[in-house]
Design a protein around this ligand. Structure first.
Ligand SMILES: [Zn+2]
Length: 488
């Protein structure tokens, strides 16, 4: 399907030309328009106020325009989405408004995994041909996880430019400025959070120190180079702080003023947020997203919002359409009610997705934030993927709920594990936690208090085992805390 270029007047800065544009050209023109002229912040508060503070109706009209242009692009160039739309008896012209979005079936990680298995190595979801990839490709990110084959997510150089700007605007909203110096605690693996922050800092004009390995070296870098921003997983910030103390350094008196975190829920778990902020005497910021939709921008905190008791994450709605759905029926729930997140990406050439089930339980809030942004927010942050939810003795249990309780006990150190075993017909929940000091007096009493608190909040009585500091493996990247041995 091709359309007259005159329809493009609102989405391109190019002079009107009397030729017909392909679906691909139309979509690329939209992405090019986003990257044009936005390499500096508009003012001292907002990088892109035209989106970040836009009235709701304007945001929705922008989403509609982009969605209507995305459909033909995917229908013509992605065999995966062509088949998905055809199976639902849909053609691109059937999607005219945001209300029509629900007609499109939801896409899951499993759908994408099957596509990769049937069409290795890329799957058939990306609209890039082999020739496009050779000419325009930039990077392949792969999804993490140990059970499924990695799903490749390809990005083009245009995606890189757009993503860099989005990341810069996000860091800017979190209060990061060109004068800041960021230490990144990564080995530059395919984790999109670190790459996004790196790209954003480059656009922002900030300084970067790749921390390298091991942890002791990163601790030394903090002392030597005085970074103001630490980029790490939440668990790792605690591990690094401990390593500093072992070297006689005090993280609270360090140069670090902001902690940019992702990879695990952080500010959505109040006790974890308190523990991290108090450990560093610094402001904790969150990003929350997924590899498949990195260019659509991540849910993120803002500098003013993290001062509130309940922290919420902004959703960059000019770059994607967020929905929440019922976990059983997959039908949309009204805004303001809890559901699983579904995201349609409106910001990628190499990897746009339609109605992708990200799968965090979230409440979407449309109220203007204290920072003045009108973009919707995930109220209370994101506290866990539905995939992470455990069913124990018929009850649903999020590891984040246990984390909130464990972190609330000052006597406990930072490492803990949640173990599930089968005893006869019953599930056994075991919490193993490190104490701050060796041979804590009255440890039986402490274990009992923890068990009672878990029982009070989660209706499950765990067995609590307290172990000496240094017993459990240290978190070097993302924490691995849940060990479900019931089917072993
Ligand atoms: Zn805000």
């Amino acid at each position: 399907m091709v359309d007259e270029v005159s329809e493009l007047s609102s989405t391109t800065t190019a002079p009107t030309v009397l030729r017909r544009l392909s679906a691909r050209d139309r979509w690329v023109a939209i992405l090019e328009k986003y990257v044009a002229g936005r390499s500096r912040p508009a003012n001292d508060r907002y990088w892109m106020p035209e989106f970040e503070t836009a009235p709701r109706a304007e945001i929705e009209e922008l989403q509609r325009e982009k969605l209507v242009a995305l459909l033909p692009y995917l229908y013509e160039h992605s065999a995966f989405y062509h088949a998905k739309l055809s199976a639902a008896k849909l053609r691109p012209a059937d999607i005219k408004s945001l209300k029509d979005l629900v007609k499109i079936p939801i896409t899951t990680k499993q759908d994408m995994g099957r596509s990769v298995a049937a069409h290795p190595p890329w799957g058939s979801y990306s609209p890039l041909s082999e020739a496009d990839w050779r000419q325009r490709g930039w990077y392949v990110f792969t999804t993490s996880g140990t059970t499924a084959a990695p799903r490749p997510v390809r990005m083009t150089h245009l995606d890189r430019r757009a993503w860099s700007l989005t990341a810069a605007r996000t860091n800017y909203a979190q209060g990061v400025r060109a004068s800041d110096v960021a230490l990144t605690c990564t080995t530059y693996n395919p984790h999109v959070f670190f790459w996004g922050t790196h790209l954003g800092m480059e656009v922002l004009g900030g300084k970067l120190i790749p921390g390298g390995v091991p942890t002791q070296r990163r601790a030394l870098f903090i002392e030597m180079f005085k970074p103001t921003v630490l980029v790490a997983t939440p668990s790792y910030t605690l591990h690094l702080a401990e390593a500093m103390r072992e070297q006689g350094l005090d993280p609270r008196r360090s140069s670090v003023k902001k902690l940019l975190c992702a990879g695990e829920p952080a500010s959505g778990i109040p006790a974890t947020r308190r523990r991290i902020e108090e450990t560093w005497d610094a402001e904790l910021h969150d990003f929350y997203g997924c590899t498949e939709l990195a260019q659509a921008g991540w849910a993120h905190t803002c500098a003013e919002g993290v001062k509130l008791d309940v922290v919420s994450d902004h959703l960059p709605e000019d770059l994607g359409i967020w929905e929440t759905v019922d976990p059983d029926t997959m039908e949309p729930v009204p805004y303001g009610e809890r559901g699983l997140t579904v995201l349609t990406s409106l910001a990628s050439e190499g990897s746009p997705q339609l109605r992708f089930l990200v799968g965090d339980f979230t409440v979407i809030d449309h109220e203007r934030c204290v920072c003045g942004r009108t973009l919707a927010r995930a109220r209370g942050g994101c506290v866990g993927r539905a995939d992470d939810m455990l069913t124990v003795r018929g009850l649903n249990l999020f590891p984040s709920a246990l984390e909130e309780i464990i972190r609330g006990f000052e006597e406990l150190a930072d490492e803990f594990q949640i173990v599930l075993e089968r005893r006869g017909a019953l599930d056994e929940l075991i919490v193993i936690a490190e104490t701050r000091v060796t041979g804590t007096e009255d440890s039986e009493r402490l274990a009992r208090l923890i068990a009672e608190e878990v029982h009070r909040q989660c209706e499950l009585r765990p067995q609590v085992k307290l172990v000496d500091p240094g017993t459990l493996p240290k978190t070097e990247f993302k924490a691995h805390r849940v060990f479900d041995r019931r089917t072993a």
